[in-house]
Design a protein around this ligand. Structure first.
Ligand code: AN7
Length: 337
């Protein structure tokens, strides 16, 4: 029986042998061929979606959270806390519930998608909202967790990165080799950091012979890495990546540069278009921020056309049901009959 990413990749993870593993059987997410989309767009390469929206709480955060909560529990933590644009709070709340811990989440008021808020509330987290953005919420969270016996479970917690790197292992194990290109949305920049760490470790372990170019995408209104400076008032419909000062900024730049990759930006319209195209052409419903890694392929292909023998993976970080309001907003209204 499948037992989750900590069990599956224990040899590559810093887990205490005596630790009680907190898992919701995250991971083992599918790598779905995007053949319809590929043909529609005239992209000759093999193109796959790593659909992380199929995790237990519907986002890629679960792969990291099983590690963070397991490590917190092993260290005797009773209370965990995070700042969040939504998905981290949903995941932290669920894993804390499984562990019997108290979870406190700090969110930007009015700026998190409905499904994510519902999750944090249902899992009985203490939900606090601030009149401010994610970056401000993270600053406050760091101050609180520095001063009180509360464990921070944002991706600056190294166990989060350790857990999320297993998604790269899964891709290599499925394909038998690393892809040529890995496309991924960039918000707080934990995930691009984690994938790059995973790919490098697996290559070193002899599981793959190549390393992918890491191609990250920010939203135009929240693109500090692309613009080369903090964005004080980030704005985008992709609320998950409405972040102006990513905590793992340097590590994202290192992933880009070491891999010979690229970090670019896509507009809200391009993400929306990609989200709709993926849903209608390929039957996959991802959330707006996740569509950045599809919009990114379309943009990249326009400037550097992919070849037939190349392999592309786009991580779809969250499920479309996270943000039903946005989906209804961008779709034609049901006909009255
Ligand atoms: C769907 O939940 O930052 O670059 O607080 O939810 O690793 O931050 C979420 C981020 C991409 C960006 N796609 O990942 C949070 C949070 C989705 C996300 C990202 C997020 P990172």
């Amino acid at each position: 029986m499948y037992k989750g990413v900590v069990h599956r990749y224990r040899d590559h993870l810093p887990v205490d042998a005596a630790a009680r593993v907190i898992t919701l059987l995250e991971g083992d997410t599918p790598l779905i061929p995007l053949d319809n989309l590929r043909r529609r767009l005239g992209i000759p390469a093999r193109w796959y979606a790593k659909f992380e929206g199929l995790n237990p709480t519907g986002s890629s955060k679960d792969g990291g959270m099983t590690m963070a909560i397991t490590a917190a529990g092993a260290a005797g933590a009773k209370v965990v806390m995070c700042a969040s644009t939504g998905n981290t709070s949903a995941s932290a709340a669920a894993y804390a519930a499984q562990a019997g811990m108290i979870c406190c989440v700090l969110i930007p008021e009015g700026k998190i998608a409905l499904g994510k808020l519902a999750q944090a509330m249902m899992h009985s987290a203490m939900v606090l909202q601030i009149e401010g953005n994610f970056d401000e919420a993270l600053t406050v969270t760091r101050q609180i967790t520095d001063s009180y016996p509360v464990t921070l479970v944002n991706s600056i917690n190294p166990f989060r990165i350790e857990g999320q790197k297993t998604a790269a292992f899964e891709i290599v194990d499925t394909l038998g080799e690393a892809p040529d290109y890995h496309f991924i949305p960039v918000g707080n920049a934990g995930n691009i950091t984690a994938y790059w760490k995973g790919y490098k470790e697996y290559e070193k372990a002899g599981k793959s012979t190549v390393l992918p170019k890491m191609i990250g995408w920010q939203a135009e209104g929240a693109a500090p890495i692309v613009r080369g400076g903090r964005v004080l008032h980030p704005e985008t419909v992709a609320t998950a990546i409405r972040i102006g000062n990513p905590a793992s900024w340097e590590r994202a730049v290192a992933a880009r540069d070491e891999s010979g990759g690229h970090i670019g930006m896509v507009s809200d319209d391009q993400m929306t278009e990609a989200q709709k195209l993926l849903a209608s052409a390929n039957g996959i419903f991802c959330e707006p921020a996740s569509a950045a890694s599809v919009a990114g392929v379309i943009r990249y292909h326009a400037e550097h056309p992919f070849r037939k023998d190349e392999v592309i993976v786009s991580t779809l970080t969250g499920h479309g049901l996270k943000d039903p309001n946005r989906a209804i907003e961008i779709s034609p209204a049901p006909a009255k009959v």
